[in-house]
Design a protein around this ligand. Structure first.
Ligand code: BES
Ligand code: MN
Ligand code: MN
Length: 459
């Protein structure tokens, strides 16, 4: 093992240089204008796997963007670890808020990253993180210690809902058969308090439309006498959550897992610095569901947020109009044992119920995903915890995250294997935002932790 860690140490700089090449490809899956770049990125990932020593490297076509596969099967008596990641990234806009162009990576020090951080779209989510696995694998190959069989599956559609990955996994159960799945696409609590992610929330995502008059109206001739869809929609959205932070949708909490007081006490051991949390995002106060801490509100409790709202005139200058329609996008984060189907249906019923009679409403569901939990008494959790404790030289605690990676629940269902969420980002890395970055410290700790995980898991 020491040899593998030495190899990593000696090749540190080259790893960063290679990652930069990967980050230069704008593989934005949501925007068809970047189609060629996403495809080019898949080729690049396949080359990286080949160069690291993987066998059977393949660019698997799907109805959407390809899935890159590769493996190293050394001994059928060893456990098999399936490494998952995604090479697609979020759109870079609002582009004007980036200090330097999003696909021209550079390193800069920050308060939380005194050793420097790599700035680029995808640096933390998820290129910088899955790349750690390719380099850890290279290090294991070069030093002749690969303690488990390894399979890689890297997709290009995670940021748009992983629809084709679901189909692919169902059609390739044999090929993807494994004992566990290892994923670095989450964050740790802090560099001083490393954590293994033991939970992810699910997601239900809907678009709503409120239609009032059959055409846009002059607000002088009609204003004051007709329902304005923007007003109606705003009122309906405000009424979805009450003053105690409780979501009003009928039956919304019916299936919510009531986490025990012991478990809540355990999770609140993480030092919850409210001041730092507020300051980092420029807020003077927080809000949320009464009776729960910030940590709980962002992990074990379900939430509802309006993600966008539009309608009427939003261009230059003024236009006096009452629009015919108003729209919004709304997401709900789910916890065990809620399901996206159940919640989308309950949302739709409630939204139709609270709509005044003089408007029409339409609810269109988008992609969703199931919540996921990894128990801390599993060998998967212990292997990750011990690996990170060795790499960081600190105690590692379990941590339930508020984000979503819907394929974790799907992997469990179809492949019958648990996912270990050994991610190394920080919540301040600005993923999905301008100036996304990934700490060099985190990048290297990740590369070191991975071979240690393999070693522990093989035992
Ligand atoms: N890597 C993130 C999810 C994440 C980040 C989980 C940090 C926990 C900590 C992933 O790429 C992502 O953005 N997921 C989406 C859901 C998806 C269906 C678009 C999300 O959480 O909004
Ligand atoms: Mn991700
Ligand atoms: Mn993401």
């Amino acid at each position: 093992m020491q040899e593998t860690l030495n190899y990593i140490q000696e090749n540190k700089q080259r790893f960063v240089d290679e990652l930069f090449d990967l980050l230069r490809i704008p593989s934005i899956s949501a925007d068809p204008a970047y189609k060629d770049d996403v495809l080019k990125c898949a080729e690049k990932v396949a080359d990286l796997l080949k160069n690291a020593g993987a066998d059977n490297v393949e660019i698997c076509q799907t109805a959407g963007y390809p899935i890159v596969y590769g493996d190293k099967i050394t001994d059928s008596s060893l456990p098999t670890v399936l490494v998952y990641g995604h090479y697609d990234v979020q759109p870079a806009d609002p582009i004007e808020l980036w200090r330097k162009p999003p696909f021209e990576p550079y390193i800069e020090k920050t308060e939380l990253h005194p050793d420097g951080a790599i700035f680029a779209r995808g640096s933390a989510d998820d290129k910088g993180q899955f790349f750690m696995h390719i380099k850890a694998f290279e290090a294991m190959m070069k030093t002749g210690v690969v303690p488990c069989n390894v399979k890689f599956i890297l997709e290009g559609e995670e940021e748009v809902g992983s629809v084709n990955l679901g189909v692919f996994v169902n059609e390739n159960k044999e090929k993807l058969a494994c004992d566990c799945i290892l994923i670095s696409d989450t964050h740790i609590y802090s560099n001083e308090q490393p954590t293994v992610t033991t939970g992810l929330r699910g997601l239900s995502y809907v678009e709503v439309e409120v239609e009032g008059p059959n055409r846009d109206l002059h607000s002088g001739l009609y204003g004051g006498a007709v329902p304005n869809p923007i007003h109606v929609l705003s009122r309906m959205i405000s009424n979805l959550i009450d003053e105690n932070g409780r979501i009003q949708i009928d039956g919304f909490y019916d299936n919510v897992d009531q986490v025990s007081l012991e478990e809540r006490a355990e999770m609140n051991k993480l030092k919850d610095d409210q001041e730092a949390f507020k300051n980092a995002i420029g807020l003077s106060g927080l809000e949320g569901e009464k009776g729960f801490t910030t940590l709980e509100r962002t992990s074990i409790r379900p939430t509802l947020d309006c993600n966008g709202i539009w309608g009427g005139y939003t261009g230059e200058g003024a236009k006096t109009v009452i629009p015919s329609k108003a729209f919004a996008k709304i997401s709900m984060r789910l916890v065990p044992f809620q399901t996206p189907e159940e919640i989308t249906e309950k949302f739709t019923k409630y939204f139709e119920k609270i709509a005044p009679e003089n408007v029409k409403v339409k609810v269109t569901p988008h992609h969703g995903g199931m919540p996921y939990v990894l128990q801390s008494d599993t060998k998967e959790f212990r292997a990750a915890k011990q690996a990170m404790e060795t790499a960081f030289g600190r105690e590692v605690l379990p941590y339930r995250s508020g984000g979503s990676i819907p394929i974790t629940a799907m992997f469990e269902q179809v492949l019958g294997a648990k996912s270990v969420l050994m991610g190394f980002g920080l919540d301040s890395d600005a993923i999905h935002s301008p100036n996304e970055h990934y700490g060099l410290f985190n990048f290297y700790k990740g590369i070191e932790s991975i071979p240690l995980f393999f070693k522990n898991y093989a035992k």
